[in-house]
Design a binder for this molecule. Sequence first.
Ligand code: PMP
Length: 286
Amino acid sequence: MNTILYNDSFLAREQGKVDMEDRGYQFGDGIYEALRVYNGKMFLLDLHMKRLERSARELRLSLPYDTDHLVENLDKLIRDNQMDYGYIYFQITRGAIARKHRFPLEKIDCVLTGSIEATTKDEDLYPDGIKVSLLDDIRWLRCDIKTLNLLGNVLANQEAFEKGSADAILHRDGVVTEGTTCNAFMVKDGILITHPADHFILNGITRIFVLQLAERLGIPVEERTYTTDELLHADEVFLTSTGERVAPVIQIDEQLIGNGVPGPISKRLLDAFNGEVERFISDTQA
Ligand code: PMP
């Protein structure tokens, strides 16, 4: 049976019903997180919970209960579904009220739902590299909030797929921001370069972790904006996300990146990342 979390209850998937006036359904008015589960335990949990609390504050949305209780419920959801490896996804909408753009400032009953997707341990990894497309970033100016409203990402991701690409790297007037589901990094002359964590990008948990790994490995980092021209002439490009960890980009549209194979810094970071996952798994077994 596939069990879901619905507010503070655990239900069979078919029993989870959403009110048609739910603001998540009407406006995409809500927030979410997606975490990777290894050996039945959530990876990088604290960082995800901190980001959730920040997203809630930025949207003036109050969580239905505190994050400690939420973590207990998420752990139970994983156990009830007997999932060892996969993803856990949860979202919180502002709840159901008669449709109006403005929302009451008194507490309304948010709606929290959570579900799991079982995978194999290393699913979604692309160590041999991927091809991506370069597309306009048409999203709003608060990409730092992890909201349900993802239409700009959805349309670009679809366009990339129709072009035979695994994802798109987005740019605003020639300044590279991020991918549709991931953060983007480039390497030039041994320096790792990525867009600063401001309102133009989501500060990915994997991005934060990879920056820590780079520091540990002594790889110099610059968090600065860079242009599509710099990107296309980079020595290496890679994407980071909860699913992909570090995905080397070997081609952008018709242009090969570097020699068209994953570069040494991307590989070092992916290896270091995989090592951390293995360590996490063995720690959870102890
Ligand atoms: N940027 C965007 C637009 C995303 O949707 C995601 C994945 N949710 C990321 C970056 C990567 O974030 P994370 O590393 O936390 O998965």
